[in-house]
Design a protein around this ligand. Structure first.
Ligand code: SF4
Length: 198
């Protein structure tokens, strides 16, 4: 099975509890104004990865406690992500998902299988005027954090980083996480409105 993804980071502490392998999937039809990842909107093929091979890479990554699925919209590629999530859960890793959908929208769809494999779900559209600087894991205060398994609680997720800078082998600098206001002057925000999105 194939997954169209934008990028991955093998180890991050700013995208869910503990150290996590992070997958940014490619493609989002929701298109929230002010989205920080507008390069992930287009459904054009970016990187096609075999899901079994990707799960093997995640499981082989040392010192992580789980995988985070973000994007882009993970539930647009739910079938492929069920394959990844079921394999990493079988290896004892946790699954954390950021989605632009509300939980009731997902419950009314055929996405129950991915929800059943998710430990924590952060749900809802990103609303620029409600941007959150205080609540961990939410881009805006309308979004909700759902604990879908007993693996985590609000208290167990409290002490994680807000933002990280990653330097790729090719020298490209990327920013991930939830920058506080004082960092926004130095964090390079994405071009807005985004150009060349299909
Ligand atoms: S759902 Fe997420 S990826 Fe999609 S536009 Fe909204 S913030 Fe961006």
């Amino acid at each position: 099975m194939l997954l169209n993804l934008a990028r991955t980071i093998p180890r991050s502490a700013a995208n869910g509890p503990g150290q996590r392998f992070v997958i940014w999937v490619q493609g989002c039809a929701i298109r929230c104004p002010g989205c920080w990842n507008p390069d992930t909107w287009t459904f054009a093929t970016r990187q096609l990865r075999d899901t079994a091979a990707l799960a093997d890479e995640i499981v082989a990554t040392s010192e992580i406690e789980g995988v985070t699925l973000t994007g882009g919209e993970p539930f647009h590629q739910a079938r492929a992500l069920v394959d990844v999530a079921s394999r990493v859960r079988a290896a004892g890793l946790s699954v954390f998902v950021f989605t632009g959908y509300d939980l009731h929208e997902l419950n009314q769809s055929d996405h129950c299988e991915l929800l059943a494999l998710t430990d924590v779900l952060v749900s809802g559209r990103y609303v620029q005027s409600l941007r959150s600087f205080e609540s961990e894991w939410r881009g805006s205060t309308n979004q909700r954090v759902h604990f879908l398994s007993a693996r985590y609680t609000e208290a167990s997720m409290a002490d994680s980083a807000h933002v990280e800078f990653h330097l790729a082998p090719d020298g490209e600098l990327s920013v991930t996480g939830f920058p506080l206001p004082q960092l926004l002057d130095v964090v390079p925000a994405p071009e807005w409105p985004p150009q060349d999105q299909e």
